[in-house]
Design a protein around this ligand. Structure first.
Ligand SMILES: [Zn+2]
Ligand SMILES: [Zn+2]
Length: 138
């Protein structure tokens, strides 16, 4: 079923709507996604044949294509937030889960490129958790 999902960047200058259906939700642990997110993994939803419409700030969206690979990333040039990527040649829209304004409609479907994941991502379930920023070490 076709649905419409909306999202935006952190500074709020870029807003988008995507019409379509999410078919996969991958957490990617590859070294490229580590660099471009600055974190342990990317969290991307894939919507084959979906339609992406920029509702605001299209001119602020920049796309980086990594040389000699399919790796690409769209982001807001003001705040650096990850934004959807229209992978025309591959026929899908890739939506960074965190850019959506509401919870994604599906759960993550797989963790991929685990063989190149950072060692520090192992055993994270054992860490203490806080609802806010705890007191920082001095
Ligand atoms: Zn922004
Ligand atoms: Zn990756």
């Amino acid at each position: 079923m076709e649905e419409t999902y909306s999202g935006s960047c952190l500074c709020g200058q870029v807003k988008y709507a995507m019409e379509g259906q999410f078919k996969a939700f991958y957490l990617c642990y590859c070294s490229r996604c580590r660099k471009d997110t600055g974190s342990a993994h990317a969290a991307n939803l894939f919507a084959p044949g979906a339609r992406l419409t920029w509702l605001a700030g299209e001119g602020e969206v920049t796309t980086y294509h990594h040389p000699d690979s399919l790796h690409a990333k769209s982001f807001c040039r003001h705040c650096g937030s990850a934004l959807p990527l229209l992978a025309d040649e591959l026929g899908f829209v890739l939506v960074p889960a965190g850019s959506l304004d509401a919870e994604p409609p599906i759960r993550p479907s797989a963790r991929i490129y685990l063989a190149s994941s950072a060692a520090w991502t192992q055993g994270l379930e054992a860490l203490s958790g806080f609802d806010e920023l705890p007191e920082l070490p001095k």
